[in-house]
Design a protein around this ligand. Sequence first.
Ligand SMILES: CC(C)(COP(=O)(O)OP(=O)(O)OC[C@H]1O[C@@H](n2cnc3c(N)ncnc32)[C@H](O)[C@@H]1OP(=O)(O)O)[C@@H](O)C(=O)NCCC(=O)NCCS
Length: 284
Amino acid sequence: MTVDKIIIKTITERDIPFCMELKNAAGWNQLEQDWKRLIELSPLGCFTAQLHDGTIVGTATTVSFEDKFGWIGMVLVDPNQRKMGIGTALMNACIEYLKPRVKVIRLDATPMGKPVYERLGFKDEYILARYKGTGSSFPATTVKKISSKELPNILAFDKPIFGADRSNWLSRVFQESPDNCFFIEESGKIQGFIMSHPGTKAWYAGPLTANDLTSAEKLLKAVLSSLPGKEIFIDPLTNNKTFTGLLQNVGFTEERILTRMFLGENLYPGTPEKVFCIAGPEAG
Ligand SMILES: CC(C)(COP(=O)(O)OP(=O)(O)OC[C@H]1O[C@@H](n2cnc3c(N)ncnc32)[C@H](O)[C@@H]1OP(=O)(O)O)[C@@H](O)C(=O)NCCC(=O)NCCS
């Protein structure tokens, strides 16, 4: 087969079971609801690569944050159909979709994806690591559960740290798992927050954004306490050695590396020193 034998189409909800098969083949953690969230937010910007008989052999998704930057995620190709240009064709569809809509395109690359993205012009921003651990109880602190009342303040706190408004993404994650999302405030000012949501293999904790390490530690421990005995994935920035050291102290171990990359001029990097953990490779 050559790449001209595939058709790029937008993903529909009917495609999700086939997308899940590709996702499972790669050993990833997303649930059907994660695909649904992406399709809802970007109905014309999420793609499948299909053979002429309709077999889905690849996927890639986008989500846009204002007109500032777009995120490419879920870049997956059937293990039997790799190294034929399908991944690049899907990337080109995403880039073509995002280019008129945003100023920068960003993504989190696995070691397999990185050379494909480099050839398309993506540059390294920083390194992330996937850590895996188990929830366990810690003494209660001043951390509180997020409610709909505080959500607007939390989203406003997040915006300069992430680099763009991502209310579209975070509001949905919060609504899906409100019992596992926490914030911390001091004198009425938000100091940080953490969200988490379930996955096929483990719970995923993130984003975790905070003004300082002490707040980040309290927020992390609140999530661990809310998920006793459950496996948890989390993706911190590797240059924050104090925080990754803290993760190791609570029993987390590093599983793999991801590289955050960008295409164009990186105009909206946010405040990485306050990003303790990302929201997920599919959306930043
Ligand atoms: C990463 C991934 C999506 C790439 O998909 P792909 O369809 O193999 O990508 P392409 O075929 O466009 O490019 C892959 C390689 O094949 C080469 N290639 C493309 N067409 C080719 C052809 N006709 N003949 C020989 N080689 C070819 C490319 O030059 C590229 O080489 P490189 O690996 O040395 O950079 C795929 O490996 C995958 O699904 N991996 C698991 C999930 C994953 O890690 N996804 C990335 C998330 S960030």
